[in-house]
Design a protein around this ligand. Structure first.
Ligand SMILES: Nc1nc2c(ncn2[C@@H]2O[C@H](COP(=O)(O)OP(=O)(O)OP(=O)(O)O)[C@@H](O)[C@H]2O)c(=O)[nH]1
Ligand SMILES: [K+]
Ligand SMILES: [Mg+2]
Length: 370
């Protein structure tokens, strides 16, 4: 293991030494690919002990969505879990108070949301320092990450935490790269782009591919992709996740400092001090926005819709068939059509098939075959 980490360090050092220009682009691409491969090696569970690398904490997923609190020690993760969910997780002024994963669940706007308090991580966590790998593996199972920052600590901490998560294959507030990569049997590397690209050229693409022993492939870019984007696609197993930066302890800073923080994208100021308690509500609103859940109310025939207990779908899987599968595993077999009321349709109600995409707060009645 230490040898893999040493190799990672060597490559990182070499990258830092290498000047970025057109002539070195393909060499840097090659180094990036090597780095990605080594990181994957680190994450793969080994049979030779090593304590189950890449495994998270053994906390059962429950509810409709999972949100993880990630950050350096003593930034106030446990305090936030307690205040946001009414759970109990130990709080203290010393670092590494929390040593395991503590879940809390609340019902928010009809959805059950599981919030996970996690031990603090330190720089180098992704490479095996502390419980970092376990923390970040658990973060990978979440639907949204709350990076908790301490308002009185340097803002550079934000980038350090991001790097730990990125090194573990988590991509924050980013869409999967819009490029196609198709391996084939012969014909060499065929590289086309529908836009002008400033990061990748044929040489760099070839260098990256050769590192993966890929000599024949069609690659098409539909945007100005970077070497990292291409490596992400070749590597696969990347997780694209919404992330909120919860800057805690804002009771400790001045209004001028708060105004500077306000410019951070994806940011939410918080404080657990009583007079600032409105910030916790604002934080839930932000979590709700970033989870982007779809609430569907069921309407049994001849009855009023059930507004108390919506079926919760994710923004990516919200077709009528997804709704059916959530009600009962055999529902689709009996499905004839659905009647829908709400913003996804023009008429009230409208008859739709199982491919129809539902919107938040739609009302659905399933009509079965007789
Ligand atoms: N002033 C102020 N102090 C806070 C706030 N939130 C938390 N704290 C204090 O910060 C310290 C650390 O809080 P914890 O909740 O234990 O922090 P943590 O991130 O869970 O720490 P570890 O589990 O050790 O990683 C405690 O002394 C808290 O009382 C806040 O909003 N304002
Ligand atoms: K603490
Ligand atoms: Mg804690």
């Amino acid at each position: 293991m230490s040898t893999v980490m040493q190799k990672i360090k060597d490559i990182e050092d070499e990258m830092a030494r290498t000047q970025k220009n057109k002539a070195t682009a393909h060499h840097l691409g090659l180094l990036k690919a090597k780095l990605a491969k080594l990181r994957r090696e680190l994450l793969e569970p080994t049979t030779k002990g090593g304590g189950g690398a890449g495994e998270g904490f053994d906390v059962t997923k429950s509810g409709d969505a999972r949100v993880g609190l990630v950050g350096f020690p003593s930034v106030g993760k446990s305090t936030l879990l307690n205040k946001l969910t009414g759970t109990f997780s130990e709080v203290a002024s010393y670092e590494f108070t929390t040593l395991t994963c503590i879940p809390g669940v609340i019902t928010y706007r009809g959805a059950k949301i599981q919030l996970l308090d996690l031990p603090g991580i330190i720089e180098g966590a992704k490479d095996g320092k502390g419980r970092g790998r376990q923390v970040i593996s658990t973060a990978r199972t979440c639907n949204c990450i709350l990076i908790v920052l301490d308002a009185i600590k340097p803002i550079t901490h934000k980038r350090l935490i991001e790097k730990e998560l990125e090194g573990f294959g988590i991509r924050l507030n980013k869409e999967p790269p819009n490029l196609t990569f198709r391996k084939k049997d012969k014909g060499g590397i065929n590289f086309t782009s529908t836009v002008t690209n400033t990061h990748l050229d044929l040489d760099t693409v070839k260098a990256i591919c050769s590192e993966y022993r890929i000599h024949n492939a069609d690659i098409t870019l539909r945007y100005d992709a970077t070497a990292d984007d291409l490596i992400d696609v070749i590597e696969g197993s990347r997780i694209y996740m919404p992330c909120i930066y919860a800057v805690n302890k804002i009771d400790q800073i001045t209004l001028e400092e708060l105004e500077i923080l306000d410019k951070l994208p994806h940011y939410c100021p918080v404080s657990v001090m009583l007079i600032w308690n409105g910030t916790l509500m604002a934080c839930w609103n932000k979590i709700w926005e970033y989870l982007n859940l779809t609430r569907i109310y069921t309407k049994p025939k001849g009855m009023n819709p059930d507004y108390e207990d919506p079926v919760i779908l994710s923004s990516k899987r919200r077709k009528v068939e997804d709704f059916c599968n959530r009600i009962h595993k055999d529902m689709l077999k009996q499905f004839k059509y659905a009647l829908v009321w709400g913003s996804s349709v023009k008429h009230k109600p409208q008859r739709v098939g199982k491919e129809h995409e539902l919107e938040d707060e739609d009302v659905v009645q399933i009509i079965k075959k007789v």
